[in-house]
Design a protein around this ligand. Structure first.
Ligand code: ADP
Ligand code: MG
Length: 704
């Protein structure tokens, strides 16, 4: 690419003659700053404009026999004109040519009185319908022409319709694109070489952009989009694999010891038999941890599937090898619970466990950090507090991140840098109870190896989920009261902490209402994110010990809280919660051997909310729910895409483009195998575009 050519693609939009400074701001507001942006601004659809016809031919086409309306283009003279100031004021005109006449009607366009007059020669186009004998066009588009000039009949074409704004109609964008397209395309170098492209029947990049902006037929935009979507998928796959290769070849982790004795030692600490699925997953993790290739593994398993012991297994492998391990959770409540349950399993063992959270006093934290740095602490459990600058391990071999969707990529990367030895990085295990639909796991999480715990530990009874509306609330609480009589416990979830004036139930008012009515005489407690740690801990442990019958709470209990005796949950305003969130909430119950009940009290006002409630009631399988979530919300909103910090796709769409994704994956793999760093002249442009697109989000800086 020459400098001069680069000038053209990067030319400021204000310097494009047909845009000028007058419209430049409007273009900028659509994100279009230079010529290249203009070419990247893709049409959202096309209008099929037919070639000009005579009025007779058009009338024939829209015959009553066919009964159809059609898009037509006519050329003729305005023979008569009438302004009708009725309830719906309109302009009516007759257009005629040598073969016949049609009626034109424009509603709500009084200014046309200034513009159209009898005798004017015009080209009109739009949809036409038959009304009795007469063909009629409503609100057709038109332009005047000079009958004395030689007439060039308008050809048929597929006219691009661009995402536009009120100040910037598609037509203006079209004109701007058209004015730069040829020069821009001439400078567009392709990062895919000919041989590769041809083998996959992909057009060149320039050809693809030509076809998308100026298609010769209806099929061209489809082939163009295929190429552009494939590019996006291929670049992402290459980036992810480049990163993966870098991690495997250029970075080192500590290889941990593992043998039968260690295995027996660790499993002896678990108060139950591992399920087959847990054992299989532990096997995968143990294999990774014995290597100097840093593990980068995602552990997915439904709420209550038993991920904690799997994590603990890894933590203890680190300790058995004389190193340290960290477990990071998104909330204090969860970190505290991990601390409590792990400490309990390790009672009497010579393993030193410590909890680090933001609500500890500074002297407390200093003392912990000093012991951490000198290696006296084996396992550190905590919240985001683990990420602060001053936290330094002596020898961090494994970092586990629970409920990873609550953290961003950068936070995960930060925890990885906490070791004291600059030549190694810790193995990483991230855990999630929000299963990732397969299609997404192939893209965004292509850098992670995935382990899955299927099913739940034995002895769980399925949860019955019921949807009811507010009018049945009293019956529902009656039933809750009855179940509390048999020493069961309940969660009652509301959306707000305080009275909000928005007609939503809040913890305090609802608790008072229940205490004075259906749950009179029961031991009730409030639980929400604004209580301080001690209070929360105290309430939680009393609830766990059965000293509290029902918790009225916000979604603070969403993640990970484990109270086996709780078997009833009521969720107020259930329509306000997301599908994954409802599933997580519901996962708090059903851990008892008794039959659990979840009641969703909701009055869904949107189709989407209704679909969510239906979905949650129809299955308790988290994997199925994740797929449904993808269906209802579309991939854009799922945590994978958003939290990864990766640029969203412009053209590719999943799961629609799954076949392209598979092709991109296969190709990327071969590509990296044959040119591991994408070095050399041939791949230089590809490499540059890849780094530009994903370098930052994937932290590829150190790769380049
Ligand atoms: P999650 O995967 O949601 O983090 P947890 O690790 O909190 O699930 O486990 C949920 C509950 O199941 C805990 O009470 C745990 O002790 C119990 N549990 C885990 N594995 C087993 C097992 N193999 N057999 C019986 N109970 C188990
Ligand atoms: Mg958990």
């Amino acid at each position: 690419m020459t400098t001069e050519a680069l000038d053209k693609l990067t030319t400021n939009i204000a310097d494009v003659p047909c845009i000028g400074h007058r419209h430049a701001d409007a273009f900028r507001r659509l994100g279009i700053r230079c010529v290249a942006d203009l070419v990247l601004h893709l049409p959202q659809r096309y209008e099929h404009e037919l070639p000009e016809q005579t009025i007779a031919a058009a009338s024939e086409q829209i015959s009553p026999l066919h009964g159809a309306d059609a898009n037509i283009t006519l050329r003729g003279e305005i023979a008569s004109l009438r302004w009708i100031p009725a309830r719906r004021p309109r302009m009516e005109a007759t257009l005629q040519d040598d073969t016949g006449a049609v009626k034109l009607i424009w509603f709500n366009s009084p200014w046309l009185r200034e513009k159209i007059h009898p005798g004017l020669t015009v080209l009109v186009w739009g949809r036409a319908k038959r009304h009795g004998d007469l063909v009629q066009m409503v609100n057709p588009r038109w332009e005047a022409y000079d009958p004395d000039q030689p007439i060039v009949p308008r050809p048929q074409r597929h006219r691009p319709i661009y995402p536009a704004s009120e100040e910037l109609p598609s037509r203006t964008i079209e004109r701007a694109v058209e004015s730069v397209l040829d020069t821009a395309l001439a400078q567009l170098d392709d990062h895919l070489h000919d041989e590769y492209r041809k083998a996959r029947a992909l057009p060149t990049l320039a050809e693809a952009y030509r076809m998308v902006h100026r298609p010769a037929d209806a099929d061209e935009p489809v082939s163009a989009r295929r190429r552009l979507a494939f590019d996006e998928l291929l670049l992402l796959q290459l980036a992810v694999m480049l990163k993966r290769r870098h991690r495997r070849e250029a970075q080192r982790a500590v290889a941990l010891k593992h043998n039968d004795a260690i295995n027996a030692h660790i499993t002896a600490r678990f108060p139950f038999e591992l399920t087959g699925s847990q054992s299989a997953v532990i096997h995968e993790i143990a294999a990774d941890l014995q290597s100097t290739i840093p593990m980068n593994r995602l552990l997915q398993g439904d709420v209550g599937a038993g991920k904690t012991v799997v994590a603990l297994y890894g933590l203890l492998m680190a300790v058995a090898s004389g190193h340290q391990a960290a477990l990071m959770a998104p909330t204090e409540l969860l970190a505290e619970q991990h601390d409590a349950s792990i400490s309990q399993m390790l009672t009497g063992a010579r393993v030193s466990i410590e909890l680090l959270t933001g609500s500890q006093t500074l002297p407390q934290r200093r003392e912990i950090l000093a012991r951490l740095e000198s290696g006296q602490i084996d396992i550190l459990i905590g919240t985001h507090a683990l990420l602060t600058e001053i936290v330094q391990f002596k020898s961090l071999a494994l970092a586990v991140i629970d409920e990873q969707h609550r953290f961003g990529v950068h936070q995960r990367a930060r925890l990885r840098s906490k070791g004291n030895d600059p030549t190694t990085i810790p193995h990483t295990l991230v855990m999630t109870a929000t299963p990732i639909p397969r299609t997404l796991s192939l893209t965004v999480f292509g850098d992670l190896d995935i382990s899955t715990i299927r099913g739940l530990p034995p002895g769980r009874k399925p949860i019955t989920t019921r949807i009811t509306d507010q009018s049945k609330a009293e019956e529902v609480y009656q039933q809750v009261a009855e179940r509390l009589n048999t020493a069961e416990q309940a969660f009652i979830v509301v959306p707000m902490i305080d009275e909000s004036g928005r007609g939503l139930k809040d913890v305090n008012t609802h608790l008072e209402w229940l205490a004075g009515g259906f749950l009179r005489g029961r031991r009730l407690a409030a639980m929400h994110g604004r209580l301080d740690r001690d209070e929360r801990e105290q309430i939680m442990s009393r609830f766990r010990a059965g000293e509290i019958d029902a918790l009225v709470c916000t979604t603070v209990i969403e993640v990970g809280v484990d109270v086996p005796n709780a078997s009833i949950m009521v969720i107020e305003h259930a329509e306000r919660f997301g599908l994954a969130q409802l599933h997580q909430l519901r996962g708090r119950i059903g851990r008892a051997s008794r039959h659990s009940l979840c009641v969703l009290l909701g009055d869904p006002t949107t189709k989407e909310a209704e679909a969510r409630l239906k979905a949650i009631a129809s299955t308790s399988d988290g994997f199925e729910i994740a797929e449904k979530d993808l269906e209802i919300r579309g991939p854009g909103e799922l945590f994978g895409a958003r939290q990864s910090g990766l640029a969203p796709f412009r053209v590719a769409q999943l799961p629609r483009d799954l076949d392209l994704l598979q092709m991109a994956r296969r190709d990327a793999k071969d590509w990296i195998a044959s040119n591991p760093t994408l070095g050399g002249q041939r791949d230089a442009l590809l490499r540059r575009r890849l780094l530009k697109a994903h370098g930052q989000a994937l932290g590829l800086g150190d790769v380049a």
